[in-house]
Design a protein around this ligand. Sequence first.
Ligand code: XMP
Length: 326
Amino acid sequence: TWTTTNVVEEQIALIREQVGTKRAICGLSGGVDSAVAAALVQKAIGSQLTCVYVDHGLMRKGETEQVEKDFVAATGVQLKVVDAEERFLTALAGVSDPEQKRKIIGREFIRVFEQAQAELVAEAGAAGEDVAFLVQGTLYPDVVESGGGTGTANIKSHHNVGGLPDDIEFQLVEPLRQLFKDEVRMVGQELGLPEEIVQRQPFPGPGLGIRIVGEVTKERLDLLREADAIAREELTAAGLDRDIWQCPVVLLADVRSVGVQGDGRTYGHPIVLRPVSSEDAMTADWSRLPYETLARISTRITNEVADVNRVVLDVTSKPPGTIEWE
Ligand code: XMP
C-alpha cells in the first residue's frame, strides 16, 4: 500500500544503494521539489550531501532566510550559499526586455551554480572523495513529458577552477520521479520540513526579476518585496492560500500616475495583483477574491510602501494573458 512512510523508507534504501560511499550535490531553489529531494537524500546519506543555494537577489522577502535557517535547521544539511546579488544586478542593469532578462538570469544562474559545483568537486578531491552525483527534484509529470529518458547530466564547467577537467559528469539522483506534486508535499511533511516550504505556491526561477515591468534595480526589488510580503500576509490571514494557485505581485516601474496622499500630490507607481486559480498553470482563471481582502491589501500597500500610490487588479484569464507579466 502507498503510504508516505513506505515511500520515504523505500527511497532512502534506493539512494543509499545508488550513491554508496560517494558524494552528492543538490541545488536548492527555495521551491518544494528541490527541498524535498534534498531532505530525502540528506536522510539517506547525511554528510555525503552538500546543497548549493544561489542567492540571486531576486527572491521574495524572507525566502533566502527560510532556506539558510529553517531548512538547514529542519534537515541538518550542509549548505553552501553563494551571494550573487551584485553579479545579477550588474548583469541586469539597463535591461527592460522580458526575454532578455530571462536569458541573462538563466545564464548567470548556470555560471554561478557550475562554479560552486566545481569548487565543491575541487575541495572534495583534496580529501580523496568522489563527487559523482547530482540530486534533482524531477517529478513524475516531468518524466512523462520528457519521454521517460534520463541517466546522466553532462555539465560543462566554463569556469576553470584550479585544474579541473572541463566536463564534470554527474549521475542523477531523482528520488521524486514517481511522485505527483501533492505526494511530494506529503513526503516533505513526513520529513519534518517547515510548512512554509512544503506548502509554497509556484514561484518562477527568474524570481522578482520578471515581476518588475521595466529595468530591475535594487530599489525596485526592495519596494516590490515589501508589497509582495503584504499581499502574502493578507492572503494567508484571510485563509485563502489553498484557494488560489498563486498571486504574482507586479511592479509597473515604468508607469507613474497622479495621486493624493497626506500633504498633497504624489506621482507614484502602480502595483498589480494577479491572483489566479489553476490546475496545472497551462490555463488559469483570475481568482474572485473577497473585496474585503483586496481592500486590506490595497490600503496597506499604498500606506506602507513608499512610491506606490495605486493598486490594480488583473482580471484576465490565461489565455489570453499568461500568469506572469513577463
Ligand atoms: P506563465 O506566466 O507562463 O506561467 O503563465 C506559468 C507558471 O510557470 C511559472 N513560471 C516559471 N517557473 N521558471 C519557473 O520555474 C520560469 O522561468 C517560469 N516562468 C513562469 C509561473 O509562475 C506560473 O506558475
